[in-house]
Design a protein around this ligand. Structure first.
Ligand code: ADP
Ligand code: MG
Length: 264
């Protein structure tokens, strides 16, 4: 059964989409059957995979709101070898309002993924920069949460709210949700502020902080503009082995199971 990892932080621009895209591409490249889920109405992940969120006939929105819909009708398969996506569309913007009245609204993603979950080794869920009903759906459906963080004082302060939300999800909808780790993205070792916040993050979150951090690097923006993952655009980038070790860390939890891609 796939591990499902919610990549979450209510702050924007911390590297959530970049993490989902690159970790997913590397997992697929390692021969693991991988699904990316775009739960952000801004649909940056969908766009970075070369899909046009305005032109998609069906998106994750339709799956969440019309639960009888077959996930196969929304899945975009093989965007790269071993890599499928449940794309977002702008319609997702309405979901906060539309789901507000719905009983059981926290479980919609879990129910949507249920019929296809066994087909994957790894499912990564990209999230919007807020802690609304879609993010609660992601945390409820997931086995793990991965938190990208930038080394800025205010970003670090915002972590309290996220940790409270994770505690709340554990007590209400998903008792077994694990924190996989905090991934420092865009680390600049030349900046004193960056180094200080990094040290503070390690003091607070201890071993949960992945080592080493992802360095700040201009190739990320270039790769994103080219709609290509780093492993293809700049395979020697120092972030590539760091992302690979994250895939290994996630899949180590599944070590007793046959990989779906290899057994299929
Ligand atoms: N390690 C990095 N170094 C430099 N730029 C980065 C790095 N990681 C991400 N970026 C850039 O930072 C911006 C925000 O990243 P993104 O993943 O979209 O954040 P989020 O999804 O949390 O809003 C993007 O333009 C991305 O290309
Ligand atoms: Mg994003």
């Amino acid at each position: 059964m796939a591990r499902i990892v919610a990549v979450t932080n209510q702050k924007g621009g911390v590297g959530k989409t970049t993490t989902v895209f690159n970790v997913g591409a590397i997992a697929a490249d390692m021969g693991r059957k991988t699904l990316l889920v775009d739960l952000d109405p801004q649909a940056a992940l969908t766009a970075s995979l070369g899909l046009d969120p305005h032109r998609l006939e069906k998106s994750i929105y339709h799956l969440l709101l019309a639960r009888e819909l077959d996930p196969e009708r929304v899945l975009v398969k093989d965007v790269r070898p071993n890599l499928d996506v449940l794309p977002a569309s702008k319609a997702l913007v309405r979901s906060d309002v539309e789901l507000a009245q719905q009983i059981g609204r926290e479980y919609l993603l879990q129910e949507s993924l249920f019929p296809i979950r066994h087909e994957y080794d790894l499912i990564l869920v990209d999230n919007a920069p807020n802690l609304g009903v879609l993010t609660i759906n992601a945390l409820t459906a997931s086995t793990d949460v991965l938190i990208p963080l930038v080394c800025e004082y205010l970003a670090l302060r915002g972590m309290g709210m996220l940790v409270d939300m994770i505690r709340q999800v554990r007590s209400e909808t998903n008792p077994s949700l694990k924190i996989l780790g905090v991934l420092i993205s865009m680390y600049d070792p030349r900046s004193l502020h960056s180094r200080e916040v990094y040290a503070e993050a390690k003091r607070i979150f201890g071993d949960y902080v992945f080592e080493p951090p992802i360095p700040k690097n201009a190739r990320f923006a270039e790769a994103a503009a080219a709609q290509r993952p780093l492993i293809e655009y700049d395979p020697d980038n120092p972030a590539v082995p760091i992302y690979r070790s994250i895939v290994e860390r996630i899949l180590a939890e599944n070590k007793d199971e046959e990989p779906v891609a290899e057994s299929a």
